[in-house]
Design a protein. Structure first.
Length: 387
């Protein structure tokens, strides 16, 4: 009897020690992440989350969501996440494909009848993977095509203005800058056109479709594609740019442009973890693994493979692009990631499926590079694993 009690006591001690070690490691991890940020008590900053097995092991706001009212960044603070939004656009397209509303190999003109004749077969799949040959509106691939009110080159962000319809009408007229499949060329233009494909195939705006088919099923009730940036909503993080390096003074740097698809998703840490978890336990469309497998198919795989056939590449840092996710390898582990930036907002999301670990970084000042913060957080996490 005494021997049995000794064994139980030993087991309790081992469990307690293990629990203490885990807590100590997590505490050390959080302290190291805190050191990545200077004193931001009167500055804009970032929300940083580390997800492990479906739960945050670190989640904290650094700085202010609103400088005028001194509102701190928290778990429910809503950020614009730039091009990280593209994952939600491709998910919308993938859901429509699974429901039989379109095919990835459909020509774009099938779903956008008034699209310019490209003179080439350009498919939805080309647009998803940036192999369409279409240029990018933001990076001067079309000089002279976008003008402001005084006839000068359009300034993107918040200095000049176009309505959604005006912008859509313009990009439907843009020609290819090279033949399809010749070169990977990142195109925000293509993703705005994908938003129009989703709209025409579903009969709803991308905002409405994503709310019905993505955000509501996942319980992401504070997340949305913002196709009218003039509408107010609670818990918004305003975006800022420093006036200079010395004064600690800022100017507001938010957008007055409202089209979506290439960007436009607003979300919070508390909501985004539900998106992350869905890659492991899919709740969207018909459920099951098929939709997630689609989201991890590169352009080459979609050409030569069928769904459920997975890739066989294990080279360190061999980069590929699949449904708005970049694949690379870190310490031999797959890492799916994407960054985003627009005016004063920056974001980065990285997911390690084999470890069921992810990092989420949302910032409301362009003086902080969310990708650099995310990479440093990943390094800290792996250092902690080795302790």
């Amino acid at each position: 009897m005494k021997q049995h009690q000794k064994k139980l006591s030993l087991i309790v001690m081992l469990i307690s020690f293990a629990s203490f070690s885990v807590n100590a490691n997590m505490s050390g991890l959080s302290k190291k992440i805190d050191l990545l940020f200077d004193d931001r008590s009167q500055k804009p900053g970032c929300a940083v989350g580390l997800v492990e097995n479906g739960e945050y092991i670190h989640s904290k706001g650094y700085g202010l969501a609103n400088l005028e009212h001194e509102i701190p960044i928290g778990m429910d603070t809503i950020f614009r996440i730039g091009s990280v939004s593209k994952q939600f656009t491709t998910m919308a397209i993938a859901i429509l494909e699974e429901k039989g509303k379109l095919s990835f190999e459909d020509e774009m003109k099938v779903h956008i009848p008034d699209l310019v004749d490209y003179g080439e077969q350009v498919t939805i799949n080309h647009m998803i993977h940036h192999y369409s040959g279409l240029g990018d509106y933001e990076y001067m691939d079309y000089p002279g095509r976008f003008k402001n009110a005084v006839g000068e080159e359009f300034r993107w962000g918040n200095e000049d203005y176009l309505t959604n319809k005006e912008f859509h009408d313009l990009i439907k007229t843009l020609p290819l800058i090279r033949k399809p499949e010749k070169k990977f060329h990142y195109s925000n233009t293509g993703y705005v056109l994908l938003a129009l494909v989703a709209e025409n195939a579903s009969g709803m705006s991308l905002r409405e479709f994503a709310e019905k088919e993505i955000f509501n099923p996942l319980g992401m009730h504070d997340s949305f594609f913002n196709d009218d940036v003039n509408l107010p909503f609670k818990n918004r993080a305003d975006a800022y740019t420093p006036i200079d390096d010395e004064s600690n003074k800022y100017k507001i740097n938010v957008t007055n442009l409202s089209w979506v698809g290439d960007g436009g998703v607003y979300t919070s840490l508390n909501d985004f973890i539900k998106w992350d978890e869905n890659f492991y336990e899919n709740k969207l469309s018909m459920g099951g693994e098929s939709l997630i497998q689609t989201m991890e198919m590169t352009f080459e795989e979609t050409k030569v493979s069928k769904r459920n056939q997975k890739m066989d590449k294990e080279k360190e840092n061999e980069n590929t692009y699949a449904f708005a996710q970049n694949l690379a390898y870190y310490n031999g582990y797959k890492r799916w990631s994407h960054s985003g930036s627009w005016v004063g907002w920056l974001a980065h999301y990285a997911r390690f499926p084999e470890l069921r670990f992810s990092t989420v970084v949302f910032c409301n000042t362009n003086e902080i590079d969310a990708t650099i913060i995310s990479d440093k957080v990943v390094d800290i996490y792996f250092e902690t694993l080795g302790e």
